[in-house]
Write a new protein. Structure first.
Length: 53
């Protein structure tokens, strides 16, 4: 099931990342894409692995 990431807190994103078994630095990558680069699609997060996307 897909979840909307925009608007989630850092701790909420950490729980999702942890649950997916991804490295903890993935949270920083996601927050940078969402709140600094203002992307609209997870496919635009090119520094994330395909598994993470």
């Amino acid at each position: 099931m897909k979840k909307k990431l925009f608007g989630l807190t850092k701790s909420q994103l950490q729980e999702i990342v942890k649950g997916l078994g991804l490295p903890s630095f993935t949270v920083s990558q996601i927050t940078n894409w969402l709140y600094k680069n203002h992307i609209t699609s997870i496919d635009e997060m090119t520094n994330l692995s395909k598994k993470a996307r």
